[in-house]
Every structure is written in C-alpha cells, then in structure tokens.
Ligand binder design. Sequence first.
Ligand SMILES: Nc1ncnc2c1ncn2[C@@H]1O[C@H](COP(=O)(O)OP(=O)(O)O)[C@@H](O)[C@H]1O
Ligand SMILES: [Mg+2]
Length: 236
Amino acid sequence: MIKLTNVFKKYNNGTWALKGISCSIRQGEFIYLVGPSGAGKTTLIKLLTCEERLTKGELQIGNANLLHLQEQRIPLLRRQLGIVPQEVLLLDNLSVYKNILYSLQAVEANRKSMKQKALEALELVGMTAYQHALPGDLSQGQQQKVVIARAIANRPKIVIADEPTGSLDAKSSIEIMRIFYQLNQLGTTIMMATHNSTIVNTIRYRVLEIRNGEIIRDQLSGNYGLPSDEQDIFII
Ligand SMILES: Nc1ncnc2c1ncn2[C@@H]1O[C@H](COP(=O)(O)OP(=O)(O)O)[C@@H](O)[C@H]1O
Ligand SMILES: [Mg+2]
C-alpha cells in the first residue's frame, strides 16, 4: 500500500535529507523507523504526509503518486492518514472532546456521525472520562492519547507517528504502545519513528533503520540495534 522507490529529498538550503530510500509496506504492517537524530526520520514521515514534497523518485500511497499529486488533492490524502506529529498540538481553549470534533469538521459533514466518531476515538485511547477536560489540565501522556484519538477519529487505514513516546515516562509510553498495538490488531498500518530502544526491543515489529538519509537496515521483527540496552526488560 506504500511503496518508495529511490526517494530523494533536498531542502531549500541544499541539504539532502534523504538519499535514495526504497521500501514497500503492506497493509496491516507495524514498522519502527529508527536512527540517530538528523538521520531523516521526520523528513520521511513528512514526505508521506505531504507536509514536504519529495525531490525525486517514486512514492506511492494507495493509488496516489506523491511526486505528481496536485496541491489541491493533498487534503484528500491527508484526511485518510492518521498523523501524530512530533509536537503535541492541541487547542488549549477547547475541551478534549471539542478538539477532536474540531478536526473532524474538516472531513465529516454529518454532525451525528462526527460526534460518534469522536467518542469512539476517545474510548479507544481510554480518555472518555476526560472528554470535558481542557488539554492544559492533562498530563503529557494523557495529551498524547488525545492527539492519537484525534488522529484516528476518522478511522484511517494508516497511522504515522513521529516519536509519540518521545517526552513520556515509561508507564505512559507503554500505554501509548498498547493503543498502537490495538489499532494494528484492528488492521491499521502503523509507522512509528522512535528513539525508544526498550520499546523496539520488547514489542518486536519490522525495523527500518535510517542513517544519513539512507536505509541501512530493513529487518522483520528486528531490534533497536547493538549494543542493546540493559534495561530492555518490561514487566507489564
Ligand atoms: N526544513 C528543513 N530545512 C533544511 N534542512 C532540514 C529541514 N528539516 C530537516 N533538515 C535536515 O535534514 C536532515 C534530516 O532531519 P530530520 O528528518 O529531522 O531527522 P530526524 O527526524 O531523523 O532527526 C538533518 O540534517 C536536518 O538538519
Ligand atoms: Mg525527527
């Protein structure tokens, strides 16, 4: 469902952030994107979500060819993706529930179905009890759950998350992983950039390792990479 063939990305300042990335991802896969800071993980994610356009190569998502996709069609693609950006961005003056409704307004015309989708998404991430809270009253982990609820409210087939546990403690990170696990079990393709070796080494899925804009490893059921972390034991 996602196919990259020799994908390059050059930023306006001349930096080549991606240098010939190729890989295929099937519906229902769970993929960790790992690699050091500056490797190109966020750039790859931004190409998939069309926040940035690729410079050359082929990038196919479903039937969309992203090299040639017209600007006005980008929203059509984006509303079919569940996007969890690196920065948690919620509207501070709206309740949790209204934050989700607000983002659904762009994609769902039917008011009743919009409400139902928002409540279902909150239920899935375990935040129903906080639906009337303001984001500022929640912990970081809870805010991240709301961001995920917002991303999945329109029931996307693909969820793309950029370091979703980056600023969370171990307990919240596990809870976030439980949500992604559950979504994946429901058939959602998950791509997740992460620095968390404990998660990658404990909950095994396909690992794509990027370094200097190139894929240096594509391993089914991989680990974070050597040397492994002595703390890689999880008791849940
Ligand atoms: N908007 C930008 N303009 C210019 N260079 C950028 C931009 N965004 C990222 N880069 C550069 O591209 C490379 C990859 O960055 P990034 O994709 O953010 O890596 P990662 O997410 O793995 O840390 C880095 O060298 C970074 O400095
Ligand atoms: Mg990044």
